[in-house]
Structure formats: C-alpha cells, structure tokens
Design a protein around this ligand. Structure first.
Ligand SMILES: [Zn+2]
Length: 68
C-alpha cells in the first residue's frame, strides 16, 4: 500500500497535471486545508485536506530528504 504522508515543502505529483503542463506541486501550507503551488507557473491552489489526498498521486521529493 502506498503511503500518502506528506509534509510542508514536499513536491508532489497529482493525478491530473496543471493546465500549464507541469505536474509537480510544492506544499506551501498545511492545515485543514492544503495550499500547494505549481512549480511550473507558480499558480497556487487551496484544497481541503481530504480532496488533496484524493488527488495526490505520489510524493516526488520530500522536503526532509532534500535537506531543507
Ligand atoms: Zn502551472
């Protein structure tokens, strides 16, 4: 089973790419709602946590592992 634990600063891939063609989003706010920012065009989106988890495909880069 795939783990879907994510944290602030992680880069995640969603089930659908952003219309700009990029499918890498940075988590910039954690809470009841998750704010994520497209790394391609810097557009940011706010999603309820449950919706975010449904739409997220996988974590591409964990902030912890990147050493930030
Ligand atoms: Zn974009």
């Amino acid at each position: 089973m795939q783990r879907k634990e994510f944290g602030l600063g992680d880069i995640v891939e969603m089930k659908k790419p952003h219309p700009c063609g990029t499918n890498a989003w940075k988590v910039i706010r954690m809470g009841a709602d998750i704010r994520m920012k497209c790394t391609g065009c810097n557009h940011s989106v706010l999603l309820p946590r449950r919706r975010f988890e449904q739409r997220m495909k996988k974590i591409l880069i964990r902030a912890e592992e990147a050493g930030e």
